[in-house]
Design a protein around this ligand. Sequence first.
Ligand SMILES: [Zn+2]
Length: 166
Amino acid sequence: MSSGSSNPKLVVDRDPGHLAPKFAAAVAAAITECNSAAGGNLNAMVYEGYRSQELQALYYARGRTVIPPKGTVTNAPTNQYSWHGYGLAVDVVHAQKFWEPPGGEAWFARVAAIFKAHGCKWGGDWTKPDTPHFQWGRCMASPSDAARLLLANGGVAAVWKAVGAD
Ligand SMILES: [Zn+2]
């Protein structure tokens, strides 16, 4: 309950049970490796996984209708435009220093190398980098109209099956 909200839909969700099964397994294996001696004891944690429409709307307002911040924090107007809304993306941060890990960008790059080895794509590779962001490797950069249609007709299970994450 660290977000200070009493609305459960506005609380950051890091429940692996809300992620696609194969993606959840890849994330768990990657985090374990990041935090092992062999992985460099990076002290990484999942900050956020599945994101509700209510929370996505709150993030989208930041830097637009809610100022500060001066800059925007997401380009996805609804959770159907982000893989977080499908349980196919997570944001990974340092367990104590959160978005300011020791080593800065180099820390995120080390985490990314491990996540990539477990089949995930990294937001740090994008034109507008999102370094804490990882998503299932078989997903496109962002959800298409076809993904939204599949979600509407078959729920997340249908999307997970289509990208081989079920
Ligand atoms: Zn993200």
